[in-house]
Design a protein around this ligand. Structure first.
Ligand SMILES: Nc1ncnc2c1ncn2[C@@H]1O[C@H](COP(=O)(O)OP(=O)(O)OP(=O)(O)O)[C@@H](O)[C@H]1O
Length: 449
């Protein structure tokens, strides 16, 4: 009887804890990692570090001085090869980060080449190796698939024109930094997550002191709801053509201002005269360039030319391009490939053929093309982001509903600057009919046209 009671008292809580952990592992991997995964990984790392580095070929023969000290001061006859020294170990809710100082004879590429072996040795989901400064690398380990359920980290690079948009597979934030990469292209097949990417971007940009200008030739189905935060919106190719002309004029008048102050770019101007930066967001670029009759061709070619001019020069005037589409090749008309070369930030979602992946990443990170072709259809929002330095990473946007993004735009409507040149394109804001007894979500702003 006493045995049964003990079994009841000890076994039941143990079974409960085991069941809870099993459930957490499946349903709340972040909690599971923090409670159980991280402590185990820390111990495993500490205990097996030297042996793991040894079998992974990440040790070097010690220097003569070290060998001399081992033999003559420590009085040991066996002089062991040395692994990189561990400078820092930090745990987080997604994984563990280890800073290593590389001994002479090892280079970051050696550690990168061994990342798959390290992952298996320490039983973690992934190991990414990043060179942080000469002689130092950081091992970014994740304890679980962080892209399955995206939760953005609280810490991310900050800056005047920096927007966190998605999560990288190493658990860090993927940001759009307009000062480093002024223009970008986002590609993807139907239902791959392009709109979601743009939505996250708009919600992030809405909080910054910038003017947002939208072109959404699917009659504005997506962007019209962000109207309170948009300084201009075009929903047909005709309107888009006029809007692009105005933007080019705006760019030219900004250049006059730059030359008046002898400034190299918008950020070198004194605060009191600096015009607000503009981000142009083009959703589904193929709709913009759609040609039904011969007459449309001229308009399309004119728009491509205007976009190329913006791509070549607008950065200095503080005008940035964000272009989104299913494909972006010569089928879009003369000059499309020249325009693509200006869009150095690249994000490619799942695509229907390798050629499209090549269009997006082939010219800046050829090995990323293969990664794009392996994105599964059941993971919308997963993409490969390349940068002009040849690096790339797998990313996924948080699942943000259109209503949440619209709410953010309404909340930051007071940041919407009025750009006189673009006034005819200021969107009409529809009043959201309030539920009985509640305040209206969006105040109507009269259109200027
Ligand atoms: N990061 C994500 N997490 C979860 N679901 C996502 C994510 N991104 C997209 N989805 C879902 O996938 C579906 C397609 O997304 P989205 O509309 O962004 O794709 P798209 O490429 O713009 O498609 P289309 O070209 O047909 O408009 C939507 O139901 C969306 O909710």
């Amino acid at each position: 009887m006493a045995d049964l009671t003990t079994l009841w008292e000890v076994g039941l809580p143990l079974a409960g804890a085991g069941g809870g952990l099993g459930y957490a592992r499946l349903r709340a991997p972040r909690v599971f990692w923090t409670v159980a995964g991280l402590p185990v990984a820390r111990v495993r790392f500490a205990v097996t570090y030297r042996a793991t580095m040894d079998v992974c070929g990440l040790t070097v023969q010690p220097s003569r001085l070290r060998a001399f000290l081992v033999r003559n001061v420590a009085r040991r006859s066996d002089v062991q090869p040395v692994p990189p020294s561990v400078r820092r170990v930090r745990g987080s809710s997604t994984g563990m980060r280890v800073t290593l100082r590389l001994p002479a004879g090892l280079e970051p590429a050696d550690v990168m080449a061994a990342s798959e072996r390290l992952r298996h040795a320490w039983g973690v989901h992934s190991v990414h190796v990043v060179e942080t400064k000469p002689g130092f690398v950081e091992l970014r380990m994740t304890g679980y698939d962080v892209l399955r359920q995206v939760k953005m980290p609280r810490r991310h690079p900050i800056g005047q024109m920096v927007v966190p948009v998605a999560l990288r597979e190493d658990g860090t934030a993927f940001v759009r930094d307009y000062l480093k990469v002024p223009h970008a292209l986002t590609l993807g097949a139907n239902q791959s997550g392009k709109t979601m990417y743009l939505r996250n971007l708009i919600a992030g940009l809405a909080r910054l002191p910038v003017a947002l200008v939208g072109i959404d030739c699917k009659r504005g189905v997506e962007q019209r709801r962000y109207a309170p935060r948009l300084s201009a919106l075009a929903v047909t190719p005709e309107e888009a053509s006029g809007l692009l002309n105005e933007l080019v004029d705006e760019m030219e008048s900004r250049f006059d201002l730059l030359s008046q102050y002898g400034a190299a770019d918008l950020w070198a101007l004194p605060d009191k005269v600096r015009p607000v930066p503009i981000v142009l967001l083009v959703d589904e670029v193929a709709e913009l360039f759609l040609v039904a009759v011969k007459k449309d061709e001229e308009r399309r070619d004119r728009m491509v030319t205007q976009l190329i001019r913006l791509g070549q020069m607008a950065r200095a005037a503080g005008i940035y391009l964000e272009i989104c589409g299913q494909r972006f090749g010569s089928e879009l008309g003369k000059g499309a490939t020249t325009l693509r070369a200006q869009l150095t930030g690249r994000v490619v979602h799942r695509v229907n053929d390798k050629q499209t992946a090549d269009m997006g990443l082939g010219d800046i990170a050829p090995d990323a093309v293969v990664a794009v072709t392996t994105i599964p259809p059941d993971k919308p929002g997963v993409a490969v982001a390349g940068d002009s330095s040849g690096g790339w990473s797998r990313i996924r946007t948080p699942d943000l509903s259109a209503e949440e993004a619209a709410e953010t735009c309404a909340q930051f409507a007071h940041l919407t600057p009025a750009l006189p040149a673009l006034a005819p394109y200021r969107p009409v804001i529809r009043t959201v009919v309030p539920a009985a007894g509640s305040a209206p979500l969006v105040k109507p702003i009269p259109a200027t046209d």
